[in-house]
Design a protein around this ligand. Structure first.
Ligand code: ATP
Ligand code: MG
Length: 150
């Protein structure tokens, strides 16, 4: 069964350019329920942990530096088939290759400063959501605490 949550970050570039409102609007318009939402600044250790899979790649150090450079918005989004549908909504990692109308085509500055993160699998969506939000900080469409199954 396809999972029903994904995890997103509105990255520092998009926050600095005041795109928070526009991006959240696109998320809601696409049928995602915002199950959890926070405005935070990542520490170096949080960003390193989050992007550990990319450690050793040429862009890793700069990526961690960028992700800690300013405030971000983090959110859990709920919808059937959330991971795949959200990756479609945000578009290709490289905005030059992203389809028209996607969040990255509209708001990304470059392949690194690409406006948003979206989980790449159901397992990572759960891990990322649980890393940043406890059960008492997340709600389903009925206003009940959101359970995230293993
Ligand atoms: P994200 O994980 O942020 O949703 P993604 O899954 O589309 O993005 P990944 O391959 O996981 O892409 O890369 C993670 C992030 O690392 C990208 O979103 C981007 O900010 C940065 N990145 C990826 N490739 C490059 C690159 N070639 N040059 C610079 N930065 C890059
Ligand atoms: Mg990724």
């Amino acid at each position: 069964m396809k999972g029903n949550i994904t995890f997103t970050i509105i990255k520092p570039g998009a926050v600095a350019h005041e795109h928070i409102g526009d991006i959240l609007q696109k998320i809601s318009d696409a049928g995602f329920w915002i199950a959890a939402l926070k405005y935070i600044k990542l520490s170096h250790s949080q960003a390193s942990y989050f992007y550990a899979i990319h450690k050793g790649k040429p862009f890793y150090d700069e990526l961690v530096e960028f992700m800690t450079s300013g405030p971000i918005v983090i959110a859990i989004l709920e919808k059937e088939n959330a991971v795949e549908d959200y990756r479609k909504l945000i578009g290709n990692t490289d905005p030059a290759k992203a389809n028209p109308g996607t969040i990255r085509k509209l708001f990304a500055e470059s392949i690194q400063r690409n406006a948003v993160h979206g989980s790449d699998s159901d397992l990572n969506a759960k891990k990322e959501a649980n890393f940043f939000f406890s059960k008492c900080d997340r709600f389903d469409r009925n206003g009940n605490f959101l359970e995230i199954s293993d």
